[in-house]
Design a protein around this ligand. Structure first.
Ligand code: NAP
Ligand code: ZN
Length: 348
């Protein structure tokens, strides 16, 4: 048995998203039914539906920044209760048994984590995401949204928040550390807020100075335009950590030159094209070039609690569902301040 609900789906790699209905499974013993209130638009939604990362099972309902209210719980559920404020991020299942799942790195599940949309769930069905009114998720992948963060500004934390928190935490952002963030979009603005709250000295490296005032208000100490070549000479060998959030191909080797000895550039941006690296840019300073994908479930809860304690939510523009296609164009044009969030009541 299933329940029919309203959603927005992409019909193909080059078609606009449009209203549709989809089926949600009945609530099993360990499941939670969530009434979705808000769904963020991540650049990954755009990469995915446009086929940047490979073929997709269309029609596809994107959305992996989900915030809502628990509407029903299965008989065995202990982690959440009806009425709780909850969130779901980029994954809805994993094997739970492999070495990575066992240490809380479910996103790197050896048997393949189940993405929130476009993935085959462990029951054989294809997952459909958060651009919809309701979702059913096994309780282990449902996060609690702490009091003090409104659901609309919380939604983007479920992907943009954790994707930047995780490497900042792992690579030791904190007092005395100089951190640079490349790209001030959805992920970038969260990286600035979180790194600032961790006590680091934060520099934004943006294509232009258009968003400088915002960047400084969000917590950056310095702001530079990468279109200005002197940026690369002025800032040579100065950062302990650089987080690259850019959705397109950039000259990584030029940015590696901004790292101090033993510094690391962690790539979270996921362009379709390869990112070539000049070996000299690495060996000339014992530098590292690394990557990081979202974060584990326990770490995501830790991030939500950290954001609540520090008064951090996303900077958002709430839109009705009918504006999704316009919002996609604006994200592609780097015209987002700093996350579009869909009001889920407009899917119905
Ligand atoms: P976004 O809101 O579009 O932000 C990307 C920013 O990158 C833009 O605002 C822009 O900032 C800069 N940028 C865009 N095109 C550029 C270009 N051609 N050259 C230089 N800079 C450019 O996207 P997002 O939602 O933050 O996502 C960013 C990337 O992270 C995407 O590739 C997404 O798929 C990926 N992602 C990865 C993970 C993960 O787990 N690793 C999770 C979520 C998303 P300025 O205007 O300031 O230059
Ligand atoms: Zn995302």
């Amino acid at each position: 048995m299933t329940t029919t609900i309203h959603a927005y789906a992409s019909p193909s790699a080059d078609g606009d998203l449009a209203p549709t209905t989809i089926e949600r499974r009945d609530v099993g013993p360990h499941d939670i039914l969530i009434e979705i209130k808000y769904a963020g638009i991540c650049h990954s939604d755009i990469h995915t539906v446009r086929g940047d990362w490979g073929p997709q099972p269309y029609p596809l309902v994107p959305g992996h920044e989900i915030a809502g209210i628990v509407a029903e719980v299965g008989s065995e559920v202990t982690r959440h209760a009806v009425g709780d404020r909850v969130g779901v991020g980029c994954m809805v299942n994993s094997c739970g048994e492999c070495k990575n799942c066992r240490v809380g790195d479910e996103q790197y599940c050896v048997n393949g984590m189940v993405g929130t949309y476009g993935a085959t769930d462990r029951d054989g069905t294809v997952t459909q995401g958060g651009y919809s009114t309701h979702v059913v998720v096994t309780e282990d992948f449902v996060l609690g949204i702490p009091e003090g963060i409104e659901l609309d500004v919380a939604a983007p934390l479920l992907c943009a928040g954790i994707t930047t928190y995780s490497p900042l935490h792992r690579w030791g952002a904190g007092p005395g550390k100089k951190i640079a963030v490349i790209g001030l979009g959805g992920l970038g603005h969260m990286a600035v807020k979180i790194a600032h709250a961790m006590g680091a000295e934060v520099t934004v490296l943006s294509q232009s100075l258009k968003k400088q005032e915002d960047g400084l208000r969000l917590g950056a100490d310095h702001y530079y335009a990468t279109s200005d070549e002197t940026t690369f000479t002025d800032l040579a060998s100065s950062f302990d950590l650089i987080i690259n959030t850019v959705s397109a191909r950039i000259d990584i080797s030029a940015f590696l030159g901004l790292l101090t000895v033993d510094g690391a550039l962690v790539n979270v941006g996921a362009p379709a094209e390869p990112l070539p690296v000049n070996a000299m840019a690495l060996i000339g300073g014992r530098r590292s070039f690394a990557g990081s994908m979202i974060g584990g479930i326990a770490e995501t809860q830790e991030m939500l609690d950290f954001c609540a304690q520090n008064g951090i939510g996303a900077e958002i523009e709430v839109i009705p569902a009918e504006k999704i296609n316009d919002a996609y164009e604006r994200v592609l044009a780097s015209d987002v301040r700093y996350r579009f969030v869909i009001d889920a009541s407009t899917f119905a």
